[in-house]
Design a protein around this ligand. Structure first.
Ligand code: ASP
Ligand code: MG
Length: 422
């Protein structure tokens, strides 16, 4: 039994879906396919959500129509004529009902967000599963909201693996087809409310499926050759890394490498399931493998750029020292607003933190003021992490213009700098 995950980029057009079907056809044995929303659908649904939340019903409907049209083009290309799978039609009706008939203020922003944005995966999997059957690869569509039981921390829900295990095992027992298709990224609470597990979370969904089913491997199909030592869109001369340990991968993902979601590794490591990152456009290539032991350690520096960061500088108003108690207070405020902290640097009376950009910045600043801190912040920052840095990186990056802060250990160099305007 194998688990394959196809990200949004790999199914962004009809050719990708056909390619997926060929890969599924040529794989022997039972296969569980986890699929993300097609292309940039999640971003498009975030816009739908924004309009809905602000009460701009007309604009929400227009934005939703964009999503419908995009999928219609893919469907027409796949079937050679206009075609709308029954299941997809049902999802459109549900989404339209939400954005035109619901009162946004009846639930939290986060709860609505999950309901609206999850349609991306529901639609993509319905199309993929339908197309697989059409292409002669019999498949079954699984609603992962019935499988993954999660906490009710909307937009960042935790999958309860233990409670989800019997549900998935039962669903697999009942499956009559060799190939099963399920959504990444989504689940539901005990009360049945739809949840999402965090942006780019489909990798983690695939890892949990692999873990529960004791898969022989999990493969993430991407539009790159395998894992590279830097994003080719950001850096020149990147090279390919054939093998990584679980620990390497965790460090990379934690630093913001877009290659895999940070939570993906743990379940796989627990059962020693190898994780392959394979090239969707050229399935013949070996790709990269992440596993417990590798034949030789990585010897190339790895560059990871995390964009959309905010640099916060916090000082107690009375110039008192920042000791443990005050640190705890600072982190409690950040936790309260679910800020994701990526770097901390402190001195006697100040603390600088790099956090992901957040819609709650004003609330965070207000809360710091109320607790007796002064706060300054810079938005549009980025965090560059270089693992295994060399002297030339210090010259090229740390001493460059626009650098606000650096932090360095023997192996890792981290730089917070202003994002270059594109
Ligand atoms: N579709 C979701 C996103 O774009 C989840 C994923 O792609 O993994 O964040
Ligand atoms: Mg995606």
């Amino acid at each position: 039994m194998k688990v394959y995950k196809f990200g949004g980029a790999s199914v962004k057009e009809a050719a990708g879906v056909r390619n997926l079907a060929e890969i599924a056809r040529s794989t022997e044995g039972q296969l569980f396919i986890v699929v993300s929303a097609m292309g940039k659908t999640t971003n498009a649904l975030e816009k739908v959500m924004e309009h809905f939340w602000e009460g701009r019903t007309g604009l929400a409907v227009v934005a939703m129509q964009g999503v419908v049209d995009y999928h219609a083009r893919i469907l027409a290309d796949l079937w050679g004529e206009a075609y709308l799978p029954e299941r997809v039609r049902g999802f459109y009706e549900e989404l339209e009902e939400i954005i035109t008939l619901s009162n946004p203020k009846s639930r939290s922003y986060e709860e609505w967000y999950d309901r609206v944005v999850s349609f991306g995966e529901l639609i993509s999997t319905a199309i993929v599963s339908d197309y697989l059957s059409y292409a002669g690869v019999g498949s079954e569509w699984l609603d992962m909201r019935r499988i993954f039981l999660t906490s009710n921390r909307f937009r960042d829900a935790n999958i309860d693996i233990e409670a989800s295990t019997p549900r998935l095992l039962r669903a697999m027992e009942c499956a009559t087809q060799r190939v099963v298709v399920g959504q990444g990224f989504i689940g539901a609470t005990e009360q049945g409310a739809t949840t999402t597990i965090g942006r780019e979370g489909s990798d983690y969904s695939a890892a949990v499926v692999g873990y529960i089913l004791g898969a022989e491997s999990v493969s993430i199909w991407k539009d790159v050759e395998g894992i590279l030592n830097g994003d080719p869109k950001q850096f020149e001369d990147v090279s390919y890394i054939p093998e990584l340990t679980y620990l390497d991968a965790i460090e990379l993902a934690y630093s913001g490498a877009q290659i895999i979601h940070p939570k993906t590794i743990k379940p796989l490591q627990n059962k020693s399931i190898p994780l392959y990152v394979r090239c969707f456009v050229n399935p013949e290539l070996p790709g990269s493998v992440i596993k417990a032991e590798i034949s030789k350690p990585i010897d190339t520096p790895i560059l990871i750029l995390k964009k959309n960061q905010i640099l916060l500088s916090i000082k107690p108003e009375d110039y008192s020292f920042i000791l443990e108690e005050r640190m705890a207070e600072i982190f409690a405020i950040l936790e309260h607003h679910r800020a994701k902290v990526h770097l901390v640097q402190n001195s006697a009376i100040s603390m600088a933190l790099c956090i992901d950009s957040t819609r709650y910045l004003d609330e965070i600043v207000d809360e710091f003021h109320a607790a007796g801190f002064t706060v300054k912040y810079n938005t549009d920052m980025e965090l560059l992490t270089i693992r295994g840095y060399r002297h030339e990186h210090l010259v090229e990056f740390a001493e460059a213009e626009g650098v606000y802060m650096t932090q360095r250990s023997r192996k890792v160099l981290r730089i917070i700098r202003k994002s270059a305007t594109e």
